[in-house]
Design a protein around this ligand. Sequence first.
Ligand code: ATP
Length: 228
Amino acid sequence: MDAAPAIELRGVSRRYGERWALRDLSVTVPSGQTLVVFGPNGAGKSTLLRLLASLLRPHGGEVTVLGESLPRREWAVRGRIGLLAHDALLYRDLSARENLRFHARLHKQPAARVEELLERTRLTGRADDPVRTLSKGLLQRVAVCRTILHDPPLLLLDEPRANLDPAATALIEPLIGRESGRTRVVTSHDPVGGLAEADLALGLRDGRAALLAPAGEVDVVAVEALYR
Ligand SMILES: Nc1ncnc2c1ncn2[C@@H]1O[C@H](COP(=O)(O)OP(=O)(O)OP(=O)(O)O)[C@@H](O)[C@H]1O
């Protein structure tokens, strides 16, 4: 018997005022798989992640995440999701260590988990500086630590490698990459790299699914065409 899917969207729509950001989107992501979402600026990728994270409510359709229907059961999924957004979601006047300890307390995680992640992301040397003084790449590493601190089974990652150098990218791979074994939804503007890490590929254009297929059946050219 197949396990229940981690994500199920049926005919989901969302607008901001009069502008539709997502229209009639249906997609299913089995547990442990990676959905990579492509699409030009403004196509609806971040809106999709925010819906899945229960930060936005749909205006139409059904959203089920980790077996729970949203928004009705949002309280039951929030602690089981790791969201890595464009905004790092950190207190800028607090240090990395303080931010992560705060987050650890919220999720009833031991302080040792914070130290483990600071070490794994090679942040210990800057862990007590206010995060507003960190470079974009260092800030992104702190945000990755915050995202996975509570060991969530579902990761929602908005361009997770933005601002990271190759060494930092390699450091975070075991934490949020395919090898993490978690169900993932990842936005990407890189057709080759994105397809390489995907089980399923979704291409959005003006909020609609212009492409939805197993990644192995998708040509890089088809992804590039989304941007033309
Ligand atoms: N808070 C908001 N208020 C009004 N319109 C919004 C808001 N957030 C997003 N939109 C609009 O919704 C549409 C989808 O935006 P979204 O941020 O989901 O796109 P995206 O694919 O993530 O883009 P990018 O690649 O630039 O991050 C765009 O037209 C955007 O202008």
